[in-house]
Design a protein around this ligand. Structure first.
Ligand code: SF4
Length: 389
């Protein structure tokens, strides 16, 4: 059934979304029950267009993992290692800075830095790392640490979370990352990330950061053991905190990667599930400006299609991705700026290079379109076939 024919089961919800009305959790679950993907995409595009017009963004960023040693063993995680493991690593501050300097020289505007909960690195290591990176260039934006890392640092420093965040901010932290949210529902959380911080703790760290004037992103790991109701509950909790603080810049749904972990689910989410999840996120999170199609988990081709299903951002160049690839992500570890720009333009959107807070740095509107498959002259072979029927 198609929304445009007037037959869609979602017609009443489409009318609410078109009128700018908020959907209730039960209506969010109705969206997940629908198989009318085109209708979901059309509804998501109403919201996306209203918020972002015809623009879609990307960021010139670099990932740095300072260590994969972690005191926890989340069942879904393929990244963490113990000190006894041969492939564990930790970088010195000088090594982190060298990677940052290299990224800066290539034009990166953001460093995205996370790691495991290291058993012995002192709090001073993290402060020194931020100070040294900040000294490289005051304009380089430092997006670092998940909420569970912040709790770990507070435990290490024997200080309240608020104080730790203030000290990190003073040392150069611009934004928290959105990782570690997984699924907030306690039963699923225990099944995939036993021992990790609770939903309330995750939300509390971000709330405190926002109260200090900071901004952050947020995520949802989908496609494993959670139900549609768990996803809606997750979105609802994020929407509530956003109502309270307005501190989230964007939402980044993360497609579960099934490799090398302790969860029995052996396939990643399908294309259908990914597109509907992005679309429903766009529809439900009416107080979020931006929804990211994270190409690392989706592949750039599906991420590009997602630009027609509510997403308005493709994330970044990244340079060196480990966490998803250690869990089996098959694609490249980086994208060129040209590849991201081309993907956006072919999808009919105006590419915008953004900063950490989604502010535009460069709008590609005035530059000539790159030659793409869609813009090549018609193939003579295809023309001949059409002529002969
Ligand atoms: S998800 Fe994070 S906290 Fe959990 S085991 Fe992996 S690195 Fe550690």
């Amino acid at each position: 059934m198609n929304l445009l024919t007037g037959q869609s089961e979602l017609r009443d919800l489409h009318a609410k979304v078109a009128a700018g009305e908020r959907l209730a959790p039960a209506e969010g679950e109705r969206l997940f029950q629908s198989r009318d993907l085109h209708a979901l995409g059309a509804m998501a595009n109403v919201v996306c267009q209203r918020k972002n017009g015809n623009r879609a963004s990307y960021i010139f960023n670099r990932y740095i993992n300072y260590s994969n040693y972690c005191i926890l063993s989340c069942q879904f995680c393929a990244f963490a290692r113990k000190k006894r493991d041969a492939d564990g690593f930790q970088l010195s501050v000088a090594e982190v800075v060298a990677k940052g300097r290299e990224a800066l020289a290539l034009g990166a505007t953001e460093l995205h830095i996370v790691g495991g909960l290291h058993p012995s690195l002192p709090f001073g290591y993290y402060v020194e790392m931020l100070r040294a990176l900040r000294a490289l260039d005051s304009r380089l934006q430092l997006k670092c640490f998940t909420a569970i890392e912040v709790l770990h640092l507070a435990w290490l420093a024997r200080k309240p979370v608020r104080q730790v965040l203030l000290e990190l901010k003073e040392a150069g932290l611009d934004s928290l990352t959105g990782g570690g949210a997984e699924i907030f529902g306690p039963a699923v959380r225990t099944a995939i990330a036993r021992g990790k911080e609770s939903a309330e703790e995750w939300l509390s760290v971000h709330r405190t950061w926002h109260q200090l004037g900071g901004r952050s992103t947020c995520t949802m790991l989908y496609g494993h053991v959670e139900s549609p109701a768990d996803r809606v509950d997750h979105l609802e909790r994020l929407r509530s905190l956003q109502d309270e603080t307005r501190g989230f810049c964007g939402f980044v749904p993360l497609a579960y990667q099934p490799g090398h972990n302790g969860i029995a689910v052996t396939t990643p989410p399908t294309g259908f599930d990914t597109l509907r999840t992005l679309a429903i996120s766009r529809i439900y999170l009416d107080n979020f400006e931006h929804i990211t199609a994270y190409w690392v988990g989706l592949g750039l081709k599906l991420a590009q299609v997602a630009l027609s299903y509510g997403a308005d951002d493709l994330h970044g160049t990244i340079f060196e991705e480990h966490i998803f690839h250690m869990a089996g992500a098959a694609g490249p570890q980086q994208q060129t700026e040209a590849a991201l720009v081309r993907a956006i333009r072919e999808a009919g959107r105006v590419p915008v290079q953004r900063d950490t807070f989604y502010a535009p740095l460069k709008v590609w509107e005035e530059t000539p379109l790159p030659v793409s498959e869609a813009e090549r002259p018609p193939s003579p072979v295809l023309e001949a076939n059409l002529a002969t029927g």
